[in-house]
Design a protein around this ligand. Structure first.
Ligand code: S5P
Length: 264
């Protein structure tokens, strides 16, 4: 079933974790990763309880939670796991390999509960080895999403930088895929051409209300993002700030799923 729906993306992928994601997306009929940017544990629990059935992955910023404790976080990860979600810590690592390896530990111990993390390639490709070593240190595995583009206005990830990130990332088995800019379908289409079919492209900067967001964020349409080659729309405020998060999550799930069917 997943092979049929995902076509060449499934056929060309060599990553277990990508295949796991594609299977979850088919099971839930949703290509939505929720950006769970709420800053209390109660707010996070409430959100996941409401939208769990309509999303395929959960993206966190573990360091923005005001009342974070290790115990509550591990309970939260259990709930996410029970809801069948991949857990994606959007830490945007950027340091040298050995420091990044240690930053996967520390107080938040990201290596012990994350399936996916983000990294910039600004410090060179050893950052991916550092992250992979950290997962190995705790006998786990995971995938790295490299920032190839960003959704925020004025960002410094110019086309030449994007090309180098893609060229290096494509070669590395520890790289699950790339973050692309969901607000600009034309740029995304070009990115998909460069990436080919073997790796994922996940896209923030997506909202049913297209246009400018807070503090330089830009939003594009979810259907357009998937048609342009995105494999997952990362949606934050469109869901967690809505007066009915479950309803909104369902709308994004439907838009993303229908676009995948249309694309393949
Ligand atoms: O370029 C980017 C990369 C990321 S990962 N632009 C982004 O907005 N993000 C993340 O996506 C950001 O950290 C936030 O968690 C989410 C977008 O949230 P929204 O509320 O704007 O939908």
């Amino acid at each position: 079933m997943a092979a049929e729906i995902w076509g060449e993306r499934w056929a060309e992928s060599t990553s277990d974790i990508s295949k796991k994601y594609m299977e979850i997306a088919v099971k839930k009929r949703s290509l939505v990763c929720l950006a769970a940017d709420r800053n209390t544990m109660a707010g996070l629990f409430d959100l996941i309880e409401q939208v769990g059935p309509y999303i395929a992955a959960l993206k966190t910023h573990v360091d923005l939670v005001d009342d974070w404790t290790a115990g509550e976080w591990s309970r939260f990860c259990e709930v996410a796991d029970a809801a069948g979600l991949l857990i994606f810590e959007d830490r945007k690592f950027a340091d040298i390999g050995k420091i990044t390896r240690n930053q996967m530990g520390g107080i938040y111990d990201i290596r012990s509960w994350s399936d996916l993390v983000t990294a910039h390639l600004i410090s060179g490709p050893d950052i991916v080895d550092g992250i992979q070593a950290a997962w190995s240190d705790v006998s786990r595995s995971g995938g790295v999403l490299l920032l190839a583009q960003m959704s925020s206005r004025g960002n410094l990830l110019n086309p030449k930088y994007t090309d180098e990130v893609v060229a290096k990332g494509k070669q590395h088995p520890g790289v699950f895929g790339f973050i692309g800019n969901g607000s600009r379908p034309d740029e995304l289409r070009e990115l998909r051409q460069k990436v080919g079919s073997a790796k994922m492209i996940w896209t923030p900067g997506v909202n049913l209300a297209v246009g400018d967001g807070e503090m330089g964020q830009r939003y594009g349409d979810p259907r357009q993002a998937i048609l342009a080659g995105s494999d997952c729309i990362i949606v934050g405020s469109g869901i967690h700030k809505s007066s009915n998060p479950a309803d909104s999550a369902k709308k994004y799930a439907d838009a993303s799923w229908n676009a995948l069917i249309e694309r393949e």
